[in-house]
Design a binder for this molecule. Sequence first.
Ligand SMILES: [Zn+2]
Length: 374
Amino acid sequence: MPWAKNKDIEKIRKAIVDTVEELSHWGERIPKVWNDCEKFLKENQKKQIISRNDVTMFFRNNYPETEKDINVDDILKFYHEVGLILHFPNESLKDVIIVDVQWFVHAFKHIITDPKHFDKHCGNKNEFKSFNDFGILSDTLLQKIWTYNNKTTKSCIQHKSKIIPYMNKLGLIAQIDYESANQTDAEKSEIVDEVKYYIPSMNKMNFDLSSISKIMSGQRTSILHFKFTDFIPHFFFYRLIVACIGKWKLLDKGKRLFKDIAFYITDGQGYHNIAIAINESCIQVQMFRRDNRELEIEHTLSCREMIEEMIGRITSTFHKSVKYVTGFSCKDINLTEESEENFLEERDIINLVHEFACPNHVDKNHQVDGAKLL
Ligand SMILES: [Zn+2]
């Protein structure tokens, strides 16, 4: 630092010393209770999973006088945020605390990596193909993957019912519900005993545009874009696909799941459908009907609200703040098609309900009908 005078260096040194001192004061202020809890969580790591009740009991036994003042959920939230444990306070998950995060990560990594292992250890070619090509994993195959000759993953079987909901919450895996009113009894009995999961990151299937146009030949909305500014949206797309499986039925019993696009039925009768797709910068959403009738506005809007709520939730639980804007393409495009230069942000056109000159293409005198977009 030739441009720094000695005096400046002194200042920097002092600033560092002050900072360190502040930190150590902060360290002293961390209540002993929290420290002890951290120790307790670490000591239990070899169990992989403990219950919330185990933590409550720990405080009851060690701090009988102050137990009522201790907020267990605050403590668990803190250690979740710093990455020591996994704990979500949702009703269905709050009793389970994953105290060995590495083990949990490994449990998932083991499913999606090393495809060579499947062939060798997991026998059935069809099961393997279905998983490796389409991301559809049978429960039998999952058991086999977790069982064969691996100490770490054997414990996954034991904790299966607890870790699958956590993987689901994180958007890694979704259990597929095949039940459908339109199914024949034969179809039902064929699949009823086998639980299946969908792992979107494994799906390698490209869709065929002509078959997509066929199923979407009826009434449809314009394509709503969620354009991400700082992140590639794939990660959020997977989470959204998983979250939607919990909300809606898959169209055509899951035969419409592709690498970059998924289709769902959004109403009980099967009239309204939604396509959720991805390109380089956007998640795209489009509602459609397969018969010739009009889309019901109220239902369409409630689906949009649901999608927005889900995307909001998915992106807000990410460790960094994620920005995105909504909008449309000024030109007709197909789902998954890139729309960067044709993108119109919704807030810029929300009041333009008639035809207007497209701001993206001023020199080309391109007209856009606002009423059709929104
Ligand atoms: Zn334009």
